[in-house]
Design a protein around this ligand. Structure first.
Ligand code: ADP
Ligand code: MG
Length: 333
């Protein structure tokens, strides 16, 4: 009997794990932002393996698109694509083409070629001086997604401009989330939520639950939540000026630039988008911040956007707009 007792305990443990999935939560910092996994796994090691593999993938994405690293593929492109074609990995071409497609779709509101303008405003927040009109005009000449040339046969990027600079800040995190989702699914994990600093993809919900509860940050109050949604198999992103902004002469300027005027966007305090992928939600949340409420409502109706919530105005006077798709993920079962 003594001999069989440990064996029995082991068997009990295994059967318990087989019938109950364990919620595995992991958080770490990468690319200067918090990355969070909530995954249901039959055993801990499966979850851990998926997390480890996806961390390697995130490092690869960082190496391709980071604008903080001198050695990234992006840094090489920004340095050399004005003088001739730069050979890049296929993945770089892929996300650049996707970005150009979002520019076309949003009539230029989303534009990864805002790099020069973004740098100008960033520098202005350091010198505490709003840029001169002439500086905006010269940076505008260095902007425009139509000046990006992709050669998909030779895998090269070149610029029809001597000063264009690309910036994947408005799409890269959403893309990273979708890539991690692919890895998680490839490990047989079906239920979970991936959150990269507000760029989210919710996989299947836990049996019997309404969905993954996601809080939408209150743009007027640090660390509190203004609303909740319950989602599964859906991407979400929120763009706003409450976390990242430029402070110049005591005034807050959004970190989202209107590529048409060269000035930071005003009025919309936050835009939350629901879409089939985290990449799409990320790109559209930025684009809608530029387009403003009216154009966004029109766009969302025509293009079957899954849901939009806009907080329009400032702390003292604001309105909340929710599209029918957005309301539907808030209604009780
Ligand atoms: P967050 O970084 O808070 O998730 P966004 O997804 O809206 O916010 O991305 C904003 C970033 O994208 C900016 O910090 C800048 O790097 C870049 N950017 C600014 N304006 C635009 C624009 N109109 N189109 C594309 N990228 C932009
Ligand atoms: Mg975005």
């Amino acid at each position: 009997m003594k001999i069989f007792l440990p064996l029995l305990l082991i068997l009990l443990t295994i059967s318990c794990y087989q019938h109950n999935e364990i919620l595995h939560v992991r958080t770490f910092f990468i690319m200067g932002s918090e990355f969070e996994y909530k995954l249901y796994c039959k055993n801990k090691s499966r979850c851990e393996k998926a997390v480890r593999e996806s961390q390697e993938r995130l490092n690869e994405i960082d190496y391709l698109f980071s604008n903080y690293r001198e050695d990234s593929v992006l840094a090489g492109v920004n340095r050399n694509a004005a003088t001739g074609p730069v050979t890049v990995p296929t993945e770089f071409i892929y996300l650049t083409q996707q970005s150009i497609d979002y520019s076309e779709l949003t009539k230029g509101a989303f534009d990864i070629s805002v790099g020069k303008l973004f740098e100008l405003w960033k520098k202005s927040s350091k010198t505490n001086q709003v840029p001169e009109k002439s500086q905006i005009e010269s940076a505008l000449k260095c902007t425009g997604y139509k000046k990006i040339r992709l050669n998909k046969v030779n895998n090269t990027v070149s610029f029809d401009s001597d000063c264009l600079e690309l910036d994947y800040g408005a799409i890269g995190k959403g893309y990273a989330v979708d890539e991690v989702v692919k890895i998680v699914k490839s490990h047989g994990i079906k239920k979970g939520l991936i959150n990269f600093s507000g760029n989210i993809y919710a996989l299947d919900k836990q049996t019997g639950e309404k969905g993954w509860e996601v809080g939408i940050n209150d743009p007027f109050s640090n660390s509190s939540v203004i609303d909740f949604i319950n989602i599964d198999n859906l991407g979400v992103a929120t763009s706003g000026d409450y976390e990242k902004y430029f402070l110049i002469n005591g005034k807050r300027y959004s970190h989202i630039i209107d590529p048409g005027t060269g000035y930071p966007v005003e009025n919309l305090s936050s835009v939350t988008v629901l879409a089939d992928s985290a990449t799409k939600a990320d790109a559209l949340a930025t684009a809608f911040s530029v387009m403003g409420r009216e154009k966004t409502e029109e766009f969302a109706g025509i293009n079957n956007v899954r849901g939009v919530m806009i907080i329009d105005g400032d702390r003292s006077n604001y309105e909340v707009y929710k599209s029918p798709g957005f309301k539907s993920v808030q209604e009780a079962d």
